[in-house]
Design a protein around this ligand. Structure first.
Ligand code: HEC
Length: 142
């Protein structure tokens, strides 16, 4: 009886962790698609499209990186000790997306000024994506 429970525990733990890996990949791919669609709208200088896609990016960022707990859960166990750096990346990404909101709401900026400031903030978001990835990955040197 005990043995059977133990086996099913181990099996279900295995399933849970592989599901998490799938969810992580899925959520990260959504983030990447969302970020590049905003980048494209910025490259087109399409303000209406940018504003609409930014709402989406913000939602996806909140979903995946919206809290310290969420960010720590993204990290594999052996990297949890580096979680402060990852948590900081998550925080910065959230700050930059709020900053973009403020820029668009700021009536004292001309459209082109707002656009340029938002472009900077979007680049900063990408820098933080890389920071966390460099923490969790190693280059496969061939
Ligand atoms: C807190 C850390 C962290 C931040 C911040 C972060 N990621 Fe990730 N990301 C991960 C982890 C962990 C993985 C999975 C491990 C791996 O692929 O090496 C991952 C994987 C990915 C993948 C590959 C998914 C796959 O199918 O293999 C993409 C694409 C991605 N992230 C996009 C982004 C984008 C875009 C941002 C910024 C908006 C971002 N990530 C920010 C931790 C982070």
């Amino acid at each position: 009886m005990f043995k059977k429970t133990l086996v099913s525990l181990v099996v279900s733990a295995g399933i849970v962790s592989s599901l998490n890996a799938e969810t992580l990949k899925h959520d990260m791919n959504i983030l990447a698609t969302s970020l590049s669609s905003v980048q494209r709208a910025f490259l087109l200088n399409d303000r209406e499209k940018s504003v609409r896609l930014l709402v989406n990016l913000k939602k996806n960022i909140t979903h995946t990186l919206g809290s310290t707990k969420k960010v720590i859960n993204l990290l594999p166990d052996k990297l949890k000790y580096k979680s402060r750096i990852a948590v900081n990346s998550g925080k910065m990404i959230n700050q930059y997306i709020h900053q973009i909101d403020d820029i668009y709401a700021d009536k004292s900026l001309t459209n082109i000024q707002a656009e340029m400031e938002a472009q900077d903030a979007l680049l900063n978001i990408q820098v933080q994506c890389y920071k966390c990835h460099n923490l969790v990955r190693d280059w496969d040197k061939k």
